[in-house]
Design a protein around this ligand. Structure first.
Ligand code: AMP
Length: 199
């Protein structure tokens, strides 16, 4: 099964991706997590991505597409994968289509901007795994500690209110057009399903 999770930053894609990937036994491919690892390791990609990510802007399509192409050619993707935070532009979606990467299902998680801004301030992350929590709605068993590893949780630097607003405006401008793109595709091609979920 090859799935795309679509939705604004903070809609809950990462949280739902963990459940779905466990349930279907397919890897979660979060381009955001992969980029954060590259930034932490100071790789060439990480150095190019760091400033853009801190400002809440998108990383260029060509860098993302190379990253994704390499990842899905790994053996654990043979039975499918779940994209979380990818594609984020029409160029990225068209590249998937041009490369004939089949998508079985697109799941859109719908949440109001106002709600997102409230949620993001309470979000905490386990950096190494990308596991996310919310201090009220999905708290860890022990405050600020990851349930599985016992390691400390952090607040992402791009989760402050000003950057969240910027990320939301970029979502509406550059990523939201994918809703029409995939709805259109699913009405033409019965092999791609489109599902809307209230987040
Ligand atoms: P996320 O963890 O998905 O919210 O992503 C964090 C940041 O990584 C975004 O604000 C972008 O700067 C960058 N990023 C993640 N995925 C993509 C993508 N598919 N295209 C461009 N930039 C991305």
């Amino acid at each position: 099964m090859q799935i795309i999770l679509l939705g604004a930053p903070g809609a809950g894609k990462g949280t739902q991706a963990q459940f779905i990937s466990k349930h279907l036994n397919i890897p979660q491919i979060s381009t955001g997590d992969m980029l954060r690892t590259a930034v932490a390791k100071k790789t060439e990609l990480g150095l190019k991505a760091k400033d853009l990510m801190e400002k809440g802007e998108l990383v260029p399509d060509n860098l993302i597409l190379d990253l994704v192409q390499d990842r899905i050619s790994e053996t654990d993707c043979a039975n499918g994968f779940l994209f979380d935070g990818f594609p984020r532009t029409l160029e990225q979606a068209n590249a998937l289509k041009d490369r004939q990467i089949k998508i079985d299902c697109v799941i859109e998680i719908i949440v109001d901007d106002k709600e997102i801004i409230q949620r993001m301030s309470g979000r905490r992350v386990h950096s190494a795994s990308g596991r996310t929590y919310h201090i009220k709605h999905n708290p860890p068993k022990q405050e600020n500690i990851d349930d599985e590893t016992g390691e400390a949780l952090i607040q992402r630097p791009d989760d402050n209110e000003e950057t969240v607003k910027k990320r939301l405006s970029i979502y509406h401008e550059q990523t939201y057009p994918l809703v029409e793109f995939y709805k259109g595709l699913s009405s033409k091609q019965s092999s791609t399903n489109y599902v809307e979920i209230s987040g």
